[in-house]
Design a protein around this ligand. Structure first.
Ligand code: C2E
Ligand code: CA
Ligand code: CA
Length: 667
């Protein structure tokens, strides 16, 4: 059997055509692969997002080797774990995201050997290893991804599409592809690292900012606590001192106008506190501080120095303006303050120190402002400018408080007596007992000063009991001598309302035949909180012989109609109205109407602060009952006042023309 030439030619033409066909197919395939590679390279070259880059690579690689599935395991930095970061094709949802230890599976093998895995590898393996991998070998192909710096992971194809094994050609293509894309992956990883580093930095910055914010809040809170008064929210003493210091430095450096430090102290705040209680007192301080603030401008600094003491820094101000500002501050509290459903009348005293004339340092200015304030209180002025000669600072309050106790124990106090004259008869009908204290070193200490100190230290109770006992003793002595004079004593309302007062008084009175003729003067300087209780107490005291007078009337806030409920027999018009009543129409009206109203209520009226004959005359015309004042006499020691009783009927009365023919009764 032979083949003819034509046959041969035909056959060879056929086979040539087949070869040509195959070559063409091969070429087309190559072209496709090349374009795929080029496209892939372009795609991933323009893409920096790590996940997108991996996804493109997975999709293209799968297309290239026609696998059912393509996975990209990526090694972690410590080269301990690999994670399937991306995948394409069948079942990838189950696998992508999973991590496995490097020792595990084909990936570990590729990592350890730094070369591709495919069926052809089997012949190179030991028998044991071959057995282990044989089953999977045909359906799995994996090439390493090796970056410029290190091993990244791999591209793994699983199951050839349409069945069968992966060919060597698949291996070559995948290796070529992996070579192209490894750099892209490495770059994307670097970007991811940079990105995550940036994000971490941002997070860190964020956390830092948060921390900073929290720290600065805590800091602010601390600062707040250490520099501001928690009750009034005003700068506290240390912040105030600092502000004054800063202002003083600025004035010294750049030159500037004088400035003033005001010390503002509420009068008898202790009484207010006793009656209102701590909470009420606090509430009152808050309201008062707001009123002060409203009287000032933002240029000034108001501070709560302690308790009821406030301070103001007034910049660029002279004496006259400082006094004006002090007046404004005091004006701001003119209207009663409403606290705990009660109207409270608050008054204050201001001491002023001006830089540079009253002090060149912060502490000097504060000290002198304080001294001026104390002088103002002592001399009963609302406002006082520091005066080197008058405001002795050395008589510090603290030392005095210590001395008070000794004074009480050592009976250093004395009672002096100021006469009260009935205007229509000229007779001395009574005296007011006023305490005097002669201090061994200090000399005579003003009563307002030591009374306040006694009140603040709680020594006012034993002191008052001493006053009562002394007055009772004195009254008995005078009665024995034939002097029928009533003795008025001053007792703070807080003590009268204090538990145990009645018991104590009963015990004292028991030692004397009678308490008749003792008049208790109750200061009207604060509202009376509990009228009911006061009424009960006063009535009990009335039963054992005491009478009552309302002192300083007009300065406080008790209404006449409310006073009517109390067993009070006398009313004392405050000396501040009486002293000026000839000069001030307002004061005259107050005195006149008080006398009329009191008479309508059946009360006797005493005018204190009668300093001259004209006032006395005018009071007489106004039908005032009793006069007390320097015009008649100052308070005198017992021996001297006794002399007064015997030598004189008050000589002024007959000279009052209206007196003649008057039918009025002697008081
Ligand atoms: P006060 O109860 O209003 O006493 C009257 C004050 O006016 C006394 O001041 C008296 O000396 C003063 N005075 C009398 N006549 C005149 C006058 O014509 N012109 C002027 N400008 N003043 C006059 P003093 O003795 O300095 O007492 C001041 C305050 O001290 C008293 O005011 C009283 O609140 C308190 N005080 C005095 N002694 C006692 C006491 O034994 N117990 C209590 N709790 N307080 C007392
Ligand atoms: Ca009095
Ligand atoms: Ca008085």
């Amino acid at each position: 059997m032979g083949c003819n030439r034509e046959d041969m030619t035909e056959k060879s033409e056929n086979s040539d055509q087949k070869t040509l066909q195959a070559v063409r197919e091969e070429l087309a395939q190559r072209e496709y692969e090349i374009s795929l590679l080029r496209e892939t390279t372009q795609a991933i070259g323009s893409e920096l997002d790590f996940d997108t880059v991996l996804q493109i690579i997975a999709d293209r690689a799968r297309e290239l080797i026609r696998s059912e599935t393509l996975l990209i395991p990526i090694l972690d930095e410590a080269c301990g774990l690999y994670t399937y970061q991306a995948g394409s094709g069948r079942d990838i949802d189950e696998i992508v995201g999973e991590s496995l230890p490097i020792e595990f599976g084909v990936c570990g093998w590729v990592w350890r050997h730094k070369r591709a895995w495919w069926r052809g590898m089997l012949s190179e393996l030991s028998e044991e290893e071959r057995n282990r991998w044989e089953k999977e070998a045909g359906t799995l192909i994996m090439v390493p991804l090796i970056g410029r710096k290190h091993f990244l992971g791999g591209l793994a194809g699983i199951d050839k599409q349409g069945g069968g094994d992966f060919s060597e050609r698949d291996l070559k293509l995948l290796e070529l592809f992996a070579g192209h894309v490894a750099i892209a992956i490495e770059n994307a990883m670097a970007v991811k690292e940079v990105e995550s580093a940036r994000r971490a930095t941002e997070d860190y910055q964020h956390a830092l900012q948060n921390l900073n914010r929290r720290l600065s809040m805590a800091n602010q809170e601390l600062e707040n606590l250490s520099l501001y008064d928690q009750l009034t929210k005003l700068p506290n003493r240390s912040l105030f001192l600092d502000r004054v210091r800063q202002h003083l430095d600025a004035v010294n450096d750049k030159g500037g106008l004088p400035f003033a430090v005001l010390i503002v102290d509420i009068n008898r705040f202790q009484d207010i506190n006793d009656v209102l209680g701590q909470d009420g007192g606090d509430e009152l301080l808050k309201i008062v501080s707001k009123r002060y603030l409203n009287a000032l401008t933002s240029k000034h600094t108001l501070s709560r120095m302690s308790g009821d003491e406030f301070a103001v820094l007034l910049c660029d101000i002279d004496e006259r303006r400082a006094v004006e500002m002090a007046e404004r501050v005091l004006d701001s509290i003119k209207d009663p303050v409403r606290v705990m459903q009660q109207e409270v009348v608050v008054t204050a005293t201001v001491g002023i120190a001006i830089y540079p004339q009253h002090g060149g340092t912060v502490s000097e200015l504060i000290k002198h402002g304080d001294a001026a304030m104390n002088t103002a209180k002592r001399e009963q002025h609302a406002i006082h400018l520091f005066d080197e000669d008058r405001d002795s600072i050395d008589s510090g309050r603290l030392g005095m408080v210590r001395d008070l106790k000794n004074a009480l124990d050592g009976e250093e106090f004395e009672l002096h007596y100021q006469p009260k004259v009935a205007l229509f008869s000229g007779n001395i009908v009574g005296v007011e007992a006023l305490a005097r204290w002669h201090h061994k070193q200090r000399g005579w200490v003003p009563p307002d000063m030591f009374i306040t100190a006694l009140e603040q230290t709680g020594l006012i109770a034993p002191f008052s009991y001493w006053v009562i006992e002394t007055a009772l003793k004195q009254r008995q002595q005078w009665l024995k001598k034939g002097h029928e004079v009533k003795i008025a004593i001053n007792i703070p309302i807080t003590l009268i309302l204090a538990p145990g007062f009645i018991t104590e008084l009963n015990a004292i009175v028991d030692r004397y035949p009678t308490a008749n003729g003792i008049v208790i003067e109750i200061t009207e300087n604060i509202f009376m909180s509990d009228y009911q209780r006061l009424n009960t107490v006063l009535r009990q005291l009335q039963e054992i012989g005491f009478n009552f007078s309302i002192d300083d009337f007009g300065t406080g806030h008790s209404s006449l109609s409310r006073l009517r409920q109390l067993p009070v027999t006398e009313l004392k018009v405050d000396r501040s109205f009486v002293m000026d009543m000839l000069k001030s129409k307002d004061d005259e009206i107050i005195v006149k109407s008080t006398i009329e109203l009191a008479h309508n209520l059946g009360l006797m009226v005493v005018a204190e602060g009668v300093e001259n004959e004209d006032i006395m005359r005018q009071l007489y015309r106004m039908r005032c009952d009793i006069a007390q004042g320097y015009h008649i006499s100052k308070a005198l020691p017992p021996a001297e006042i006794e002399h007064f009783f015997t030598t004189s009927k008050w000589p002024l009365s007959p000279s009052i023309e209206e007196k003649s023919g008057s039918q009025q009764n002697e008081q």
